[in-house]
Design a protein around this ligand. Structure first.
Ligand code: MCN
Length: 791
């Protein structure tokens, strides 16, 4: 493989995106009709009557639809994407509410008008008569089950999920030390800068639909639309244009709007678009995090955990389109890089009358890591040990891979860590943050009246989850290399890394490689971009497809050069005899030779092919059994996930008077196997850390007891600015994955996963106040710091 793999080259997509040339969903279909939605103002209510009369005389109104108007499968509940045996009471919503609304923001009526202003005006005139029902808000209220979110779901319990390995009860009973405590993680959400959106065009002549969606999974949207509308999948094209962030919220499940807009566009025979506004995003997209954890840990005098028992209440919101994937991830990846022989987790997934909960970057891991790392810190405090010492005592050793935690993942397969070196990660992070020298730094700060603290946190992340992803590579007769893969991009730098992989495999300049993602016209079979899987999945598929093309190119060139293919190499787009760059033929000429229609684009090709079209009996354009063209397609399906890992550390300063929290330093050591592009991985980590600091200190969903989201705008939902994020210091470790040809592991969620745990650890260190909840605002910390005085 060439040298491009592993180089920190600048992202190719940036000049276009940073100079305003990106084309996002709302940049398209400027003249399309617009949809707007009447959404429930109640957290829980029965719909008694919908009166649309008032809207009908709005000028420019085109149509109004309620659930009654939705035919057949269009009106059925949305699919439950990931069933699981523990999900005994899975529920999904209707695209437009049928009889009952179960959260503020649930769509009830769709209005179509000439433009969005008129659609909103008409929506405002629609009267929905509701009979309010008692709302269930908050995890513990849901568990108390004084009221039910779904009449037929007893106790509001959607699922009870258990993971167990070893004899936990005995291990804890026999342990010399036992600690018990409770942790709270509030709800938050990914809030990408661009909200959701969908724009559909019906072609009556071709009886086909073209749909643009701001999605993380265009093939999944296509499958849902085709199935719901009864169209052959070949008659539905779904294209993800530039997507301004997803972070999980735009994953696979068809959103109501993604079904309704194409359906209405077809019915009306018109172009139709809906672009979500910010308030809609807060109340009708998805949230995550939201868990209460009850922890019991038994350990020995060296801090080694002998038994860990965790009971978790998980807030699932009003519906469960993703089954129990978040509880599964929390409970299976909670143990992180540690070897704990007796572990039991029981997650009760509860319905509440709030926005649905679906995976948000990290997807259940930040909660698990918070639990595990708070446990490590408590053990260290209890025993008077250094926090890194307790972690070191529990780490899985570098010679213990493949390591089986004894747990099972969503598909029932065992969870096996493929490779890693956790002690090395620990020693690297200690060095990067100067853990051992911190006592001095703290003393110097204290001498000036400043209060600072240091914290750390560790995690593993199962990445590159299957079932498959594909790649198609084609070299055309101009020498252009067209690479396509079906999954979508939202800012991860796929145009760059996939080009790096193809260029390295083929031996061509990266400038010649052009990458297409998320367009079902170019690549129809794909799963999507989530769960830190694109680099592993499409990266390997593109490498495999490139290898096919390379092999064919060498074969054809060998004939032309009268050489053995094994003696050939490709450098800078030229196929040449190894060690003899003089005898060479360009890949574009090879591409011409591979095509029965031998149109040469330059003189070299013209000379080599000698004739324009055809071939001769001695020189058939395509040998029997061979295929024309210089193209290859391949798929990559992993046997199981590959496990990335990392350790983070931070230094924080707490104002002793105001409890203002400032993150002074943030350091990350990360292992995602072989790095395709270190610069992009660092960017991914920086972004993740920023999101994590948001989750630790600022971002939360504030519901009142009636189920109204009180901070549904960027005025009230605090996100950190660049001013709140320190420079993120990064270092890498590369333990290649033995599971895939390129030896890579994922990196897209890594930055966010341990941050709440790390910040909690550092605040606790600075203040000596036990931190058992996140996020933590200065005013909350202020009260915690004064609690003994207040008593
Ligand atoms: N990479 C690399 N070498 C590796 C691994 C990764 O160079 N060994 C680079 C690649 O450019 C890769 C990127 O890092 O595309 C992220 O890697 P990967 O772990 O494969 O993650 P995905 O590409 O599948 O992206 C999904 C991931 C997830 S799950 C969320 S959520 C998230 C994230 O990416 N959402 C994002 N990062 C985001 N970044 C942006 N800008 N916007 C989002 O919505």
């Amino acid at each position: 493989m060439g040298t491009l793999f592993g180089e920190p080259i600048v992202r190719r997509e940036d000049p276009r995106l940073l100079t305003g040339q990106g084309r996002y969903l709302d940049d398209l279909g400027r003249d399309a009709l617009a949809a707007a939605f009447v959404r429930s103002p109640h957290a829980h209510a029965r719909i008694l009557d919908i009166d649309v009369e008032g809207a009908l005389d709005v000028e420019g109104l085109v149509a109004v639809y309620t659930w009654e108007d939705l035919p057949g499968r269009v009106g059925e509940p949305l699919p439950l994407l990931i069933p699981h045996p523990s999900l005994t009471h899975g529920r999904t919503g209707y695209p437009l509410a049928r009889d009952v609304v179960r959260h503020v923001g649930e769509p009830v009526v769709m209005v179509v008008a000439r433009d969005r202003y008129l659609a909103e005006d008409a929506a405002e005139r629609i009267r929905v008569d509701y009979e309010p029902l008692p709302p269930v808000v908050g995890i513990e209220n849901a568990a108390r089950a004084d009221h039910l979110v779904h009449d037929d779901v007893p106790g509001n319990v959607g699922a009870v999920l258990r993971q167990e390995t070893g004899d936990v009860a005995a291990a804890i009973e026999n342990a010399p030390h036992v600690l018990e405590f409770r942790l709270d993680i509030e709800r938050s959400a990914s809030t990408p800068l661009e909200g959701r959106g969908v724009y559909a065009r019906w072609d009556a002549d071709d009886e086909s639909l073209r749909v643009y969606s701001s999605t993380q999974a265009s093939t999944s949207v296509r499958a849902a639309i085709a199935a719901k509308l009864g169209l052959p999948p070949g008659k539905v094209e779904v294209i993800a244009p530039d997507v301004g962030g997803g972070f999980g919220v735009k994953i696979m499940h068809p959103w109501p709007e993604e079904v309704l807009v194409p359906w209405a566009a077809r019915l009306l025979g018109r172009e139709l678009k809906w672009a979500e506004d910010r308030r809609e995003h807060f109340v009708s997209a998805a949230h995550e995090r939201g868990q209460v954890q009850f922890v019991k840990a038994g350990f020995d005098g060296a801090g080694r955990i002998l038994g860990l028992d965790v009971r978790i209440l998980h807030d699932h919101g009003a519906y469960t389109p993703y089954g129990v994937i978040i509880p599964i991830v929390t409970s299976t990846q909670l143990l992180g890089p540690y070897k704990i022989d007796a572990y039991r987790a029981e997650v009760t997934s509860l319905y509440t009358n709030t926005v649905i909960v679906t995976p948000y970057r990290g997807a259940g891991r930040p909660q698990g890591v918070f639990c595990m790392e708070r446990t490590m810190d408590r053990i260290a405090a209890h025993l008077g040990l250094d926090r890194t010492e307790v972690r070191a005592a529990n780490l899985i050793g570098p010679d213990e891979f493949p390591y089986d935690q004894g747990l099972t993942f969503q598909d029932g397969r065992p969870l096996i860590y493929d490779s890693g070196d956790y002690p090395e990660l620990l020693s690297k992070i200690k060095e990067l943050i100067d853990w051992d020298g911190f006592a001095e730094v703290r003393a110097a700060a204290a001498a000036k009246g400043r209060r600072i603290g240091i914290g750390l946190g560790c995690y593993v992340e199962g990445t590159g989850v299957g079932p498959y992803e594909g790649g198609h590579v084609e070299i055309d007769s101009t020498g252009r290399v067209n690479v396509s893969t079906g999954l979508t991009s939202q800012g991860q730098g796929h145009q760059t890394v996939f080009a790096q992989i193809a260029a390295a495999e083929l031996g061509v300049p990266i400038e010649d490689v052009h990458v297409t993602t998320g367009d079902t016209r170019r690549f129809g079979y794909a799963v999507g971009t989530f769960a830190s899987r694109a680099a592993v999945m499409s990266g390997n598929a593109i490498a495999l497809a490139s290898r096919k093309v390379r092999e064919k190119a060498l074969r054809i060139a060998a004939e032309a050069l009268e050489a053995d293919p094994r003696d050939l190499d490709i450098t800078d787009g030229l196929v040449h005899v190894k060690g003899d760059p003089g005898s060479a033929i360009s890949l574009r000429t090879v591409a011409v030779l591979s095509n029965p229609l031998r149109y040469a684009f330059d003189e070299e090709a013209a000379r080599a092919t000698q004739f324009a079209v055809g071939g001769s009996p001695e020189d058939p354009p395509v040998a029997p059994g061979d295929e024309p063209g210089l193209e290859g397609r391949d798929y990559y399906s992993p046997v199981r996930s590959t496990f990335a890992a990392g350790m983070h550390a931070a230094v924080v300063e707490i104002d002793p008077d105001t409890a203002e929290i400032r993150v002074l330093r943030y350091a990350v050591v990360h292992d995602c196997g072989r790095l395709i592009n270190p610069k992009i991985v660092e960017g991914q980590i920086h972004g993740g850390v920023a999101q994590g600091i948001g989750g630790a200190l600022y971002e939360r969903m504030v519901y009142d007891e009636s189920g109204q989201l009180l901070n549904a705008s960027f005025m009230d939902f605090l996100m950190p600015y660049a001013t709140e994020i320190p420079h993120v210091e990064t270092d890498h470790l590369e333990t290649p994955s033995p599971l895939n040809p390129l030896g890579i592991k994922g990196a897209g969620e890594a930055g966010v996963i341990p941050v709440t745990a790390v910040i909690a650890s550092a605040i606790e260190d600075a203040t000596a106040v036990p931190i058992d909840r996140m996020p933590l605002s200065p005013s909350e910390l202020f009260h915690l710091m004064r609690e003994p005085e207040e008593e």
